[in-house]
Design a protein around this ligand. Structure first.
Ligand SMILES: Cc1cc2nc3c(=O)[nH]c(=O)nc-3n(C[C@H](O)[C@H](O)[C@H](O)COP(=O)(O)OP(=O)(O)OC[C@H]3O[C@@H](n4cnc5c(N)ncnc54)[C@H](O)[C@@H]3O)c2cc1C
Length: 328
């Protein structure tokens, strides 16, 4: 590894060594021990994206998450890709892998075939979802006798065995819901059908999550409600994504990130700080598991976990050994 030159001459090797020597229990933020993590990935679309996913798997593997999950796309080729990526991640990553599975816009036979394929391939964990509905899809599903809502899919998975079944939930209200009570009723239906854990849509208003969790528990939800945290890799993209799924971007974030997509290094630092503070606050309020929407990138998720002291090994010294990262 080379030394940087110029006025800010830094010996990177020394920096990595110093960070690696940092005592195991000396995170910058003081938190409880034993907070679990899970990481979500999506199937890469081309070879460059495949290589990036592999680097991400190598880097995040060192954090020893409770499990990782792979999203599921609508449409035949996307579905095949999801199945291939689940197998690939399982072979490369020595942690349990959960396969996402959606049931809207497919017949019951197609969903059952995909589910049985995963089980035959050895998958024992699922994230069961309805999927986003193209116009008229629910009616079409009813006409074809398909699974209309995710609790029906949860029941189908549990009929096949004692599998772990995660489900989605929406602290800021799903766009299809009339009110938050309807989301809690939907979550209760998933719990009754055998769901073992709920993972939330991403949110930035932490108070909103805490209120939702209180309401859900008061209504009888007993399964863990795991907050989904999205580190911001691109603010414009995050805004579009949030608009589509009903997540609220608070005004303070608009101000904080204004113009930063033009300055990615600054944006990454700000994004790391925002997500770290959010996680620290969640942990202070008793959260024992955080699900990270990684967007197949490791940099921010690793930095957040390192600062919080999550995972057994910390320090960029480990990350520096990931292929393609050495600056020498
Ligand atoms: C953790 C997580 C992972 C995800 N992964 C994927 C993925 O891999 N692939 C993908 O395509 N999408 C994924 N999504 C998005 C998800 O598919 C969409 O949000 C979808 O619109 C809802 O799915 P669901 O399983 O939560 O639906 P449901 O819980 O069945 O319904 C969503 C909400 O709509 C309301 N609702 C819907 N229909 C009715 C009705 N008939 N009567 C009353 N209320 C109703 C309920 O309040 C409910 O909370 C994910 C979401 C989350 C939170």
């Amino acid at each position: 590894m080379k030394e940087m030159t110029g006025p800010f001459r830094i010996n990177l090797q020394e920096t990595f060594e110093r960070l690696r020597r940092r005592r195991r229990h000396s995170p910058i933020v003081s938190i409880r021990e034993n907070v679990a993590m899970s990481f979500e990935f999506f199937p890469p679309k081309d070879e460059a994206a495949e290589r990036r996913l592999d680097r991400t798997l190598d880097a995040l593997g060192r954090l020893e998450p409770a499990f990782v999950s792979v999203t599921y796309g609508a449409g035949g080729s996307a579905r095949d890709r999801s199945a291939r990526v689940v197998s690939h991640v399982a072979s490369r990553f020595a942690r349990p892998v959960a396969a996402h599975l959606t049931c809207a816009s497919a017949s019951r036979d197609e969903v059952d075939a995909a589910l049985d394929g995963f089980i035959e391939a050895g998958v024992r964990r699922f994230v069961a979802l309805r999927g986003d509905l193209p116009a008229g899809a629910e009616r079409a599903a009813i006409e074809r006798g398909g699974y209309r809502r995710s609790h029906e899919l949860v029941a189908a998975i549990r009929r096949r065995g004692d599998f772990e079944v995660n489900v989605g939930t929406y602290p800021e209200k799903h766009p299809d819901s009339v009110d938050i009570r309807q989301d809690i009723d939907a979550l209760l239906a998933k719990q009754d059908a055998g769901a073992t854990r709920a993972i939330t849509q991403f949110f930035f208003d932490t108070d909103c999550f805490l209120r939702f969790r209180d309401q859900a528990v008061a209504a009888g939800v007993r399964i863990p409600i795991v907050p989904g945290v999205l580190p911001i890799h691109n603010f414009g993209g995050t805004r579009r994504f949030a608009d589509g799924c009903g997540a609220v971007i608070p005004a303070w974030m608009d101000e904080l990130f204004a113009g930063l997509d033009e300055a990615p290094e600054v944006r990454d630092m700000v994004a790391t700080t925002v997500a770290t503070e959010q996680c620290a606050r969640l942990i202070e309020h008793g959260v024992e598991h955080i699900h990270f929407y990684t967007l197949n990138r490791f940099e921010l998720t690793t930095a957040i976990c390192d600062i919080l002291g999550l995972g057994p090994r910390r320090g960029v010294g480990d990350i520096s050994r990931v292929d393609g990262l050495k600056r020498a």
